[in-house]
Design a binder for this molecule. Structure first.
Ligand code: XMP
Length: 510
């Protein structure tokens, strides 16, 4: 079963993932691949369209990236964006000039005559530029289709060769008609069906997984997070022998463990083994105050508990991993210093006796994973769950983790989440949670002096957690949260709101 596929050749632009997002939103499956991918590999995808991305280089630089020249003879429609458009112009004999840098919004003017890309667009619209070179002279057979005040050949096409170019960035939101332009390429130039959606994906995958797995044994570490939840549910629909192991390390939020059991064992009727390891984790954490030490203890203990359970199950044929597409795009690129040792299930393969890993979500973006979750009937509480770190509340309690502190934090965090949802902010604030600090301050309640904990509230807006800004939660909402917490949660007499972005801070406090 070959999906209709569009390939995006990556020439290094910071907007490349956005191009892929736009294409997928329009119902077409696409993959982002390195510009240097050999032509045989490109052919194997049987692409129905190819997009050249922008990039930071100039076509005049010695090491400027270029695709395998065979790409121009495939007869597949090509869409060149920014650097991609300059590359194409130069390849076919046009003249690219080094000009002044131009960034930001410009008015795009359609030129008279036939055009595929701008079909149905108004005479004028706003587009977003980010370039220094521009195409001064078009190659033979190409027609100009749009201009701006500064750049005459801002759009050009060659119907015979099926090549379509724009100097600006249609993938960014500031380009008013960007989505229409990409849509014209996909549906008018490439004549695609646009049948990429999560209902089709689920049906296709369930069939493939059924064939591959049959009645063999599959193991999945369920964390309650979106990715592992959706991956497990998809596999469950395809094969009868899925065993899910859920380790409750006692560092989850209020009612979270119960919710996982209710949804997966109850509603979804999965074979779920819940391992109650709360005491073990708390014992292991006794006396540990330093963040990295706590992270390491939780991470290694998780593996130990999982290994013990896996041994009881014995050899399995497949191990499920909730890897998603951005994980694959980003892996290998990240040679940066360790800020925090992240804990997740990535360390499991070495402790499980299995034959093969299956990653059913490896081609999906996060929002597609969520859409698939809804398609499979998972509830909003699981599908829209905000990111939650593997070490859980263990890194939201400053200093030593104790039962008493966990109880305080759970109650306060629950009030915060309730009020954010009531205020209708739970979709716009990317992540919001409470942190129990190790600071105690003096307060007054009734006629009495108190000496209790300071609780911090964190709320951030972000796209991917790599950078973040503090969320401007209205004062009235913060006021309600603060009053409720000091009144309803014992041992907290002061609430503060964190107004630091990332960088220089991180999202979590530890
Ligand atoms: P930081 O605190 O590094 O967090 O700015 C960025 C995002 O990652 C989450 N986070 C983790 N996720 N294991 C995870 O799976 C971890 O150990 C971990 N630590 C932080 C954090 O909640 C935020 O969304």
């Amino acid at each position: 079963m070959q999906r209709e596929t569009v390939l995006i050749l990556d020439f290094g632009s910071q907007f490349n993932q956005l191009i892929a997002r736009r294409v997928r939103e329009l119902g077409v499956y696409c993959e982002l691949i390195p510009f240097s991918t050999p032509i045989e590999k490109i052919k194997a995808y049987e692409p129905k369209g190819i997009i050249f991305s922008g990039g930071p280089k100039s076509v005049y630089e010695e090491d400027s990236p270029r695709p395998d020249d065979g790409i121009y003879s495939l007869g597949v429609p090509i869409f060149g964006i920014c650097y991609g458009c300059q590359l194409i112009a130069q390849r076919f004999g046009g003249q690219v000039f080094r000009g002044e840098s131009e960034y930001g919004k410009c008015t795009l003017n359609r030129r008279d005559g036939k055009t595929v890309l701008f079909d149905g667009l108004p005479q004028e619209s706003i587009c977003w530029m980010s370039h220094s070179d521009y195409v001064r002279d078009l190659p033979d057979d190409f027609r100009v289709t749009a201009s701006t005040d500064n750049v005459p050949n801002v759009g050009f096409e060659d119907d015979k060769r099926k090549i379509y170019c724009v100097q600006f960035h249609p993938e960014v939101a500031h380009t008013e008609k960007g989505k229409d332009i990409i849509s014209n390429f996909l549906f008018k130039a490439c004549r695609l069906k646009g049948d990429w959606n999560m209902a089709n994906f689920a049906a296709e995958q369930i069939e493939l997984l059924r064939e591959k797995i049959g009645d063999k044994k599959v193991l999945c570490a369920l964390s309650g997070g979106v990715d592992s939840a959706v991956a497990a549910t998809l596999i469950h629909r395809a094969c009868p022998n899925l065993i899910c192991v859920f380790v409750d390390h006692g560092l989850l939020r209020k009612n979270e463990a119960e919710e996982v059991v209710r949804v997966f064992a109850g509603e979804q009727k999965m074979n779920l083994i819940k391992v109650d390891a709360q005491d073990e984790f708390l014992d292991a954490l006794k006396g540990a105050c330093e963040p990295e030490k706590k992270r390491k203890i939780i991470g290694s203990h998780f593996i130990k508990v999982f290994e013990r359970e896996a041994k009881k199950i014995g050899k399995v044929d497949f191990l499920v991993q909730g890897t998603i597409y951005p994980d694959r795009i980003e892996s290998g690129l990240n040679g940066s210093a360790t800020i925090k040792s992240h804990h997740n299930v990535g360390g499991l393969p070495s402790v499980v006796d299995f034959k093969e890993i299956i990653e059913p979500l490896r081609d999906l973006f996060k929002d597609e994973v969520r859409a698939l979750g809804f398609t499979l009937g998972l509830p909003e509480s699981i599908v829209m769950r905000q990111p939650f770190p593997g070490p859980g509340l263990g890194i939201r309690i400053m200093g030593e983790v104790t039962r008493e502190k966990l109880e305080i934090l759970r109650e306060a965090d629950c009030i915060y989440r309730e009020e954010i949802a009531k205020a209708g902010l739970d979709k716009s604030v990317w992540q919001y949670f409470a942190v129990l600090t190790s600071t105690q301050t003096v307060g007054v309640m009734g006629d009495y002096r108190t000496y209790d904990y300071t609780l911090a509230l964190r709320g951030v807006t972000s796209v991917d957690g790599m950078t973040a800004d503090w969320a401007r939660i209205p004062y009235e909402v913060l006021d309600i949260v603060s009053r409720r917490i000091v009144n309803e949660v014992k041992s907290v007499n002061r609430v503060v709101y964190d107004i630091t972005s990332k960088p220089p801070a991180t999202i979590e406090w530890e």
